[in-house]
Design a protein around this ligand. Structure first.
Ligand code: SF4
Length: 90
């Protein structure tokens, strides 16, 4: 069954935080001033372990639950860095 995934290219992120405002369940800002994705239900981008964010660049994609779909697409559309990517994983 296909699953929608989201990731951020931190090299292009402007750090304005629009994605977090629109969908705080999947996006969060790091101390480095850039946005990262997290899995829905995680309290932060570290999954409680601390250190570096778990998902960086295209190496890590977070699942987009149906309940988060509309705002995640909106965040990708509004992102000034055009660096939020949605992928369908078969
Ligand atoms: S909206 Fe885009 S540019 Fe802005 S913080 Fe989020 S990922 Fe970065």
């Amino acid at each position: 069954m296909a699953e929608l995934k989201v990731w951020i290219d931190q090299d292009l992120c402007t750090g304005d935080g629009i994605c977090v405002e629109l969908q705080p369940g999947l996006f969060a800002m790091h101390d480095d001033g850039l946005a990262y994705v997290k899995e829905a239900g995680w309290s932060d981008i570290f999954n409680g372990a601390g250190g570096d964010p778990v998902y960086k660049m295209a190496e890590g994609t977070a699942a987009v639950p149906d309940s988060h779909l509309e705002t995640t697409i909106e965040a990708a559309e509004e992102c000034p860095g055009e660096c939020i990517f949605l992928e369908i994983i078969e």
